[in-house]
Design a protein around this ligand. Structure first.
Ligand code: IMP
Length: 182
């Protein structure tokens, strides 16, 4: 059982859509002329973001997924990153875009980008919908970020708390209602 909580809207569905359109234009400019861009979604939090992002990209794309270990039922990150599900396809010599939901401590993105770099893609770039820069523990930054947010636990638009709230169309912050601070 999780503690009781309410969700306060932080970023509206409309603001997310507008930001994705702008980001897609920048990605298109960077990868213009590519024979194929392999868009790699990090499961499970990026599944809504990747779905909206690829539909804004006017490029030949292939979609693949990779799953790294996450928080489980906690709101605290574990520092050790494990690959639970690897890519189906080869990325050697290919253009690759890694799609992450949130860069928090940075351990996941750092681990995934060094793993994928070792497979010798032609170009590797990363996009994160959200970034919590004040939480960073390792030196890593996505090439594109949707929104910088404060150190708050968020849900919605694919992002969960203990597997709940992924289906909210907006990003909201979790506020525990049993907390005396309210
Ligand atoms: P990092 O390795 O600490 O950067 O954590 C990255 C992963 O932790 C993200 O891909 C999310 O799955 C998860 N995460 C980080 N912050 C949050 C949050 O506020 N809500 C839900 N999941 C989060």
């Amino acid at each position: 059982m999780t503690r009781p909580y309410v969700i306060d809207e932080m970023i509206s569905a409309k603001a997310i859509a507008a930001r994705i359109e702008a980001l897609a234009n920048e990605i298109q400019a960077k990868f213009k002329g590519t024979d194929k861009l392999v868009v790699v979604g990090l499961l499970r939090g990026s599944f809504v973001f990747i779905a909206d992002l690829v539909r804004e990209l006017d490029l030949p794309v292939e979609v693949d997924f990779l799953e790294a270990s996450s928080y489980g039922n906690s709101t605290e990150s574990s520092r050790e990153v494990r690959i639970l599900k690897d890519l189906r396809g080869e990325i050697a010599g290919r253009d690759v875009l890694v799609v992450e939901d949130i860069v928090d401590t940075g351990h996941t993105l750092k681990h995934v980008t060094s793993l994928l770099t070792s497979r010798e893609p032609k170009r590797l770039a990363c996009i994160a919908l959200l970034d919590k820069p004040t939480r960073r523990e390792v030196d890593v930054k996505a090439d594109w970020t949707g929104f910088e947010i404060p150190d708050e636990f968020v849900v919605g638009y694919g992002i969960d708390f203990a597997q709940r709230n992924r289906n909210l169309p907006f990003i909201g912050s979790v506020r525990f209602t049993d907390d005396a601070q309210g």
